[in-house]
Design a protein around this ligand. Structure first.
Ligand SMILES: [Fe+2]
Ligand SMILES: [Fe+2]
Length: 295
């Protein structure tokens, strides 16, 4: 009997020499934030006790993404200013950077970060404009949706490259090319890892289902990330193999965006003009942010 994509992903993960991990303190903080009534002072203590996380958190807080009126110097100060939801976002963003910060790989890391931050910001905006999902959850789900892709490219660089070439030659989605090459994809692999890292179940579900063919059957949060993903690819915020394959963004609007707008309307985004206007600002912000973090 052929193995399911999830079983294949599990088998691949079991052969990893070192399992990608997130810092223990971050995992604990996420676990607490996942509880029905999280104890936020405990979260603050956990972050403050880990200097590496504390330093990364400060860096993200001071990046253009969270641009504040003045620089924040301590995590405690940040907790007061930003509140628990933003701290949750920032911890998960710092985990994402931690897991993906490996510059020896087939994918161009900078473009992957642009794609992830782009999907995060666009998903948040769609959640706000439609009211169908919580904006901060949509943002985090957008940042993390392709985590399996980066890890697959780090752990299986040669096969991953084959998938990239296949996708290019046959004009396939990378998801379909991966399925042909590996018998599984970054969705299954990422979801299994996210489960091991104790990420909230709704994030695990987004990672697992963001390429499902019948997306309308999925919960709203998954549809929001799905649309944000397609919008970002359309405006060329996408993960690339290398610089030479990259086309310059000719304008904010790509070929498929008008078609995607019907789906946005169906989701409940009424003010498309506001979204269009926000989109060009988001693209700018993503580029600035990635440059400031990547440097
Ligand atoms: Fe994906
Ligand atoms: Fe994606």
């Amino acid at each position: 009997m052929p193995q399911t994509p999830l079983a294949v992903a599990e088998a691949i993960i079991s052969t990893f020499q070192t399992l990608p991990t997130i810092p223990v303190a971050a995992a604990r903080a996420i676990q607490i934030l996942n509880e029905p009534e999280p104890d936020l002072s405990e979260v603050a203590d956990i972050i403050l006790a880990d200097q590496v996380i504390a330093a990364r958190v400060i860096r993200i807080i001071n990046s253009p993404l969270y641009r504040l009126l003045h620089e924040i110097e301590s995590v405690k100060q940040a907790l007061v200013y930003l509140g628990p939801q933003k701290i949750f976002e920032i911890i998960l963003t710092s985990c994402f950077l931690e897991l993906t910060d490996n510059r020896q790989q087939g994918l161009r890391l900078q473009s992957c970060w642009e794609h992830s931050f782009g999907v995060g910001l666009v998903a948040r905006s769609l959640a706000e404009l439609s009211g169908v999902a919580r904006p901060e959850v949509a943002y985090v789900a957008g940042i993390l949706h392709d985590i399996g892709e980066v890890i697959l490219s780090q752990q299986r660089p040669e096969q991953f490259r084959q998938a990239l070439v296949l996708a290019g030659e046959q004009e396939l989605d990378l998801f379909d090319a991966e399925t042909q090459v590996f018998g599984t994809s970054h969705s299954e692999l990422g979801a299994l890892l996210a489960q091991q890292w104790h990420f909230p179940d709704q994030l695990v579900q987004v990672i697992l289902h963001h390429h499902d063919k019948e997306i309308e059957q999925q919960p709203s949060l998954i549809q929001v990330v799905y649309l944000a993903d397609h919008i970002c690819v359309d405006v060329r915020l996408k993960c690339d193999m290398d610089q030479s394959l990259r086309e310059d963004a000719a304008g904010v609007y790509g070929a498929n965006l008008h078609e995607l707008e019907h789906q946005l309307q169906r989701l409940g985004v009424k003010n498309l003009a506001a979204f269009r206007q926000a989109l060009s600002q988001m693209i700018e912000k993503v580029k600035e942010t990635v440059q400031s973090i990547y440097a």
